[in-house]
Design a protein around this ligand. Structure first.
Ligand SMILES: Cc1cc2nc3c(=O)[nH]c(=O)nc-3n(C[C@H](O)[C@H](O)[C@H](O)COP(=O)(O)O)c2cc1C
Length: 295
């Protein structure tokens, strides 16, 4: 099981504080929230990748449309010992996609092809993966790109079974997902609204194991929000949250960003009875003490 990148949520500080829970849930790898592969950007200076290796295998994810900037970032992370990397081809936010980044790459196949070529060449065969959606605004756009994607020795292709226009709402379309999986020559990783019991998920039953180019059979699955929601139900969540507040206070400047980070996390729990009561108070907390008093 791969922990999905959730910008602002499954960040390094979170992965460190919740390392045991991430491990217990069955995750063996985490993809980082995206880092921008812009000219001059040094990914090793980013908090995500700075410092000692984490307990879990970490695959840095990059977003961008400039192949040479991507190459420079990948060479840097290799220096630090990261042996896999991922390309974000699914971010749906208009400010990102309209600039041809994230899901915008689905609309510029020539650029996407160059980005993947640089990724595979720099990281090596079977070391570079792509995370995408079924399409930009239609669910058959990825399918049309599969002949091009199949021409690369990708580690895997993660498919969030929505199109970019849907953002994070509406239904996942597993029929369109199956069409992609049927023609894919690389391992396919299903993603989107999957519960934490992955083998019960209908899409997992329908997604056959693929033989990767290295001959190893793998069936991975990527889960994000279901894991985050489940954390809110733990008996020890108050204690874990306090540790997360302390770790976040140590790395951020002042209480506002810490409060923002905690509220973003707790918002996932607002439908759980215990948090439903607390959420109205937490939402308007202006200091860390007010937040601590609320739970
Ligand atoms: C708050 C938030 C931030 C996200 N950040 C990223 C990101 O940085 N990179 C990425 O590829 N996907 C990102 N995603 C998409 C998730 O990785 C995942 O594809 C999506 O949430 C569906 O899976 P889930 O239902 O298991 O969470 C984000 C999603 C959310 C809700």
């Amino acid at each position: 099981m791969i922990l999905a990148p959730l910008r602002g949520v499954t960040i390094r500080c979170f992965r460190e504080v919740f390392a045991e829970q991430i491990h217990e849930a069955g995750f063996t790898e985490a993809i980082t929230p995206f880092l921008s592969a812009n000219p001059g950007f040094d990914p090793l200076k980013d908090r995500e990748l700075r410092g000692a290796p984490e307990q879990i295998k970490v695959t840095p994810q990059f977003i961008g449309k400039d192949p040479e900037s991507l190459r420079a970032c990948l060479l840097r992370i290799k220096e630090a010992g990261y042996d896999t990397a991922d390309l974000n081809c699914g971010c749906p936010y208009p400010m990102v996609r309209n600039k041809g980044r994230g899901s915008g790459l689905l609309r510029t196949p020539a650029v996407l092809e160059k980005m993947i070529a640089v990724g595979c060449e720099t990281m090596g065969d079977g070391k570079f993966s792509v995370k995408t959606r079924l399409g930009f605004d239609k669910n058959d756009e990825l399918l049309a790109l599969m002949p091009m994607l199949n021409s690369f020795p990708l580690r895997f292709l993660t498919v969030h079974s929505r199109n970019a226009r849907q953002m994070y709402g509406g239904e996942c379309d597993w029929e369109s997902f199956k069409k992609v999986a049927a023609v894919a020559e690389m391992p396919i990783v299903p993603n989107g609204d999957l519960p934490l019991q992955p083998y019960m998920a209908p899409c997992a039953q329908n997604c056959e194991s693929k033989t990767s180019h290295r001959g190893t059979k793998t069936q991975r699955i990527m889960i994000g929000r279901a894991f985050i929601r489940q954390l809110g139900m733990r008996d020890d969540i108050g204690e874990l949250l306090s540790r997360y507040i302390n770790a976040s206070s140590a790395e951020l400047c002042g209480p506002s960003p810490v409060l923002g980070r905690m509220k973003e996390l707790i918002a996932y729990w607002k439908d759980i009875p215990r948090w439903k009561r607390l959420w109205p108070v937490i939402k308007i907390a202006r200091t860390i003490d007010e937040l601590r008093l609320a739970y």
